[in-house]
Design a protein around this ligand. Structure first.
Ligand code: BGP
Length: 471
């Protein structure tokens, strides 16, 4: 089976501002919560510099162009654009992104811009209690409108909020659950505020960007039933609803689905939906789905009498560190005996991509672009001065094959943007978990030169891109 990628398919790479830029307090930028997160903690790299892309972006884009990339998905740092609560625009922040966008366009690389990728400005957090308060909605609207007016003449593809579902489901991991004791109920209120911000951005994009297209970016983890025991099938459905479908349905149908309304009733949860909110959401018609997918999960029946167990992610990169969650009465996640696992206990499952594309296409009939997919690894430069990453090549080769198969199944997919072109900070492991096609030297602090070294996968990916997916 030879995959057939459509002409003009966007082969790119993906990143986010706080994970790649550095220069966290330069040229008027103020801190985001993520900037504080990893500061000077080992084995985290110090995020004051991240990959120092802020100072190396021209070199990085040159490397992208040489590899033949036709798209690049990145995010804008809110606190670079609006650094303080007085609401004054930071022209130097605008200038940076103008230069970045123009440089991409010089090489015919299509920019795909995420408005918000985890990096909550400290001032917004202080002023409005982050996503908890509704005060953030007008600020988000203002910020998104600024981006559309400043860059919308050249940027046509926009993404609203990165992995809103993951932020809500794994609040402790991404630091969004500021009040952990009440998070079980609060999360739906916070989620509703995020939905309103997403909706504002979608509406404003269509108003301000001629020919502009905008979509959400759910983090997609397909969930299989552990066995053909009918109870395991129901468990898989419960898990998929609570981690994924509730969001997909909201974005595509622009209303909360039946599952979640019933769930709120059952657990006496009030998501604080106010008059006018659902009318606003109803207006926010998305143009496509951005989709992030790295792995799958497997669910099994969990009795009402079982004890609940929180999801504990593996942050060490030593196999076996992950603890699967148990949600009594709904589901528990378990290991899948049919797939292999990475050192971070992530399922190596290329079929998850085909499943995701099939599911989203069949249910919503909207074009899709893969905005993240990739393989994290401990890596270092070999004695020969090169970086050999055969596992990444093997992993991505299989993943891309499945995208081809999904296209043959009839799914409308218009691009593939793996995480990530360049090594960047990982959410939980700094530079100890690298994903790039290009290595960034941040290891030796005495000689911190941020040298870029294309890995073996860079040359492999470049060949694949230039042949439109021959693999
Ligand atoms: C996604 C995020 C990215 C990225 C990636 C890899 O969920 O959108 O920001 O970091 O996961 O995850 P990690 O860095 O934890 O390995």
């Amino acid at each position: 089976e030879k995959p057939v990628f459509p002409k003009g398919f966007l082969w790119g790479g993906s990143s986010s501002s706080w994970q790649i830029e550095g220069a966290v307090e330069e040229d008027g930028k103020t801190l985001s919560l993520m900037d504080l997160n990893s500061r000077k903690k080992k084995p985290y790299a110090d995020d004051t510099y991240a990959s120092d892309h802020y100072h190396h972006y021209r070199e990085d884009i040159r490397l992208m162009a040489k590899a033949g990339l036709t798209s690049y998905r990145f995010s804008i740092s809110w606190s670079r654009i609006y650094p303080t609560k007085d609401g004054k625009l930071n022209q130097k922040g605008i200038d940076f992104y103008n230069d970045l966008i123009n440089e991409l366009l010089n090489y015919n690389i299509t920019p795909i811009v995420t408005i918000y990728h985890y990096d909550m400005p400290v001032w917004i957090d202080k002023e409005y209690d982050g996503w908890y308060g509704r005060g953030i909605i007008k600020e988000f609207d203002k910020y998104a409108r600024t981006l559309f007016s400043e860059f919308g003449d050249r940027v046509k593809y926009w993404l609203s909020i990165n992995e809103q579902n993951m932020q809500i489901c794994y609040g402790d991991w991404l630091g969004i659950d500021k009040h952990p004791d009440t998070w079980f109920k609060d999360k739906w209120k916070v989620n509703h505020v995020m939905n309103l911000c997403h909706a504002k951005a979608v509406i404003a994009c269509h108003e301000l960007v001629p020919g502009g297209k905008i979509g959400p970016v759910p983090g997609y983890v397909p969930i299989y039933p552990y066995s053909c025991n009918p109870q395991d099938q129901i468990a898989a459905m419960n898990a998929e609803e609570l981690t994924e479908k509730v969001w997909d349905d909201l974005y595509a149908h622009r209303e909360y689905n039946g599952f979640i309304k019933n769930y709120w009733k059952q657990y006496q949860i009030n998501p604080d939906i106010r008059p006018g909110d659902m009318e606003l959401i109803k207006q926010a018609k998305i143009d496509f789905f951005g989709l992030n997918c790295y792995r799958s999960n497997t669910a099994k029946y969990c009795s009402q009498n079982d004890t609940s167990q929180a999801y504990i992610l593996n942050k060490t990169g030593k196999k076996g560190g992950l603890i699967f969650p148990k949600v009594p009465g709904l589901y528990q996640l378990v290991r899948n005996p049919y797939v292999e696992y990475t050192d971070w206990d992530w399922e190596k499952d290329p079929v998850s991509l085909r499943y995701m594309l099939r599911y989203v296409w069949d249910h919503y009939q909207l074009p899709m672009i893969i905005t993240e997919n990739g393989y994290g690894e401990h890596e270092k430069v070999s004695d020969d001065g090169k970086v050999h990453d055969p596992e990444r090549i093997a992993f991505l080769r299989e993943q891309i094959k499945q995208v081809g198969l999904a296209i043959q199944d009839g799914c409308k997919v218009f691009g593939y943007n793996p995480w990530t072109f360049l090594d960047v900070l990982s959410t939980g492991n700094g530079m100890s978990k690298r994903y790039g096609f290009v290595y960034v030297n941040t290891t030796d602090e005495d000689k911190l030169d941020f040298r870029r070294i294309p890995k073996d996968s860079y040359y492999w990916y470049s060949k694949l891109v230039k042949s439109n997916g021959e693999n």
